[in-house]
Design a protein around this ligand. Sequence first.
Ligand SMILES: [Zn+2]
Length: 471
Amino acid sequence: MKRPLVLLFISLLALLRFEPISSRPQGTELALRPRAFLPLAFIALISTWTSYTLSAQPVIEQIRVWPSPQNTRVVFDLSSPVEHSLFQLSNPHRVVIDLPETEVDADLSGIDYSATQMSGIRFGTRDDGGLRVVVDLNQAARPQSFSLAPNESYGHRLVLDLERDAITAVRTIDQVASAERDIIVAIDAGHGGEDPGASGPGGVREKNVVMGIGRQMQRIIESTPGYTALMVRDGDYYIALRDRAEIARQSRADIFLSIHADAFDQPSANGASVYALSDRGATSERASYLAQKENRADLIGGVGDLSLRDKDDVLASVLLDLSMTATLDSSLRLGAAIVPQLDQVTRLHKKQVEQAAFMVLKSPDMPSLLIETGFISNPDEARKLSDPTFQANLANAIFGGVRSYFERFPPDGTLIASIGSSEPRSYVIRAGDTLSEIAERFGISSGSLIQHNSLSSSSIRVGQTLRIPAS
Ligand SMILES: [Zn+2]
C-alpha cells in the first residue's frame, strides 16, 4: 500500500502545480515549472492505478512448514486474506486447496519435507482463473484449515494442519510395570513454531531460549535415577495451550512445568518468577497482565476452530472445582520448593509463588507451574538467558526444587518413595538471610538446622554452606 500512496502524492503535487516558497530566483533551472511536470503526473497516476490493481490480487509470499509429533502445519503467508476451499484426493493421497486468483511469490526450494507426511507442493490455474494448491502426501492425513489474522510477528495467513494418526501422536513412557516407577516431569517449553513468544535485543526469541533451558532440564533429569523427563514440545512447532497439559496427562506425568521468558516495555524490568493457577483473580497486577499475555499465544501460534474447543469449558470447570483445590496446594508447595533454588542462581521478581489465570496450567490432576525465567527484553538478561551455562544453572535450580519437593512428597510406587531422601541438601548463605527464614523455606525448624550443622548460635555468615536435614 505504501508505494501507491507515495505515487499518488507525487502526482497530486504535480497536478496542483506545486512550487516551493523558496528563496530561489524565478527563471533559474532549479525553479519548478508546471508544464514539465504534466508527463510525470500522468506516469505517476498510471503507476498508482497499476500498482493498486496488482496489490488488490492476493499474493502467497512465503510458505512455512512446522512438523510436530501431532501434525504437520503448513502456513501460507498472504498479502491479504482469501476465502478458500479444501478437499482430499486419494491414490495417491493429496490435499487440494482452491483459492481465488492469487499470485505465488514464494520460494519452495528451501522447504524441508523430511519430518512431514508431505512430498511436495504444486500450483495450478483453474479454468475460472483461480489458484489451485496441491499438497502431495506420502501417507493419509486428516487435513484441517483455517485463516489467521495478522499479529506482531506475521501478516494474513492460511493454515493447513495435517493431523497424524492418533497412535503415533501419543508418547508413551516405558515403565516396567512391577518395578518402582520413575517420577515423570513434564517440561513444557513455551510457544514454538508460528509463535516466537517474546523477542529481545539482537533477535533473541523466547521459544528458542526456553527450549534451551528445557533441553538442559531434560539432560539433568534423565541422568538422575528415579526421574524421567517428558518434553511436551520436542521441536520448533506450536501446540495449543490446552493440548499441552493433555500431552503430559496422557504420558502420566507427575508434574507439569511450563518454561517461559518474559518481556516488558521497560528494558530495565528483570528477574524470574514462579506462577501457579488462580481461578479467583491474580495475586498481583503484574501476574494478571502476564497471564493475559501468555494466554494470547493460541491466537499467535494458531489454533483452529476455537469455538469448538471451548465447548469443553463447562466440563473442564466442573472437573476443575472437584480436584483443583488439592492440586493447587501441591502446585504451591512445589513452587515454594523451586523459588529458593532459583534465588541462588538469578534475581527474583518476587520471593513467593504468585497466582493468575494461566490457561496452560488448568490441569485438574497434576501440580502445574509456569516459570518465567527472566526478562528477554532486558539486554543483560537476554544475554544470560541465551548462554548455555546460565540455562544449565536455571535448569539445575528448577530441578533442585523439584527433587526437594518429591523427597518430601514422593508419589506412591515410585523409586523415590522407596529410597527416601537421596542426597543431602545444602544451602549457601546470602546477604540478608536469617536462620529462621532459611528454616521456614525448607519446612524445618531453626533448632534442627542448628543441630544438624553443629552451630554454636543462630548467627550465620554470607557464603557459609548449611546442610539441610530432611524434614
Ligand atoms: Zn511466554
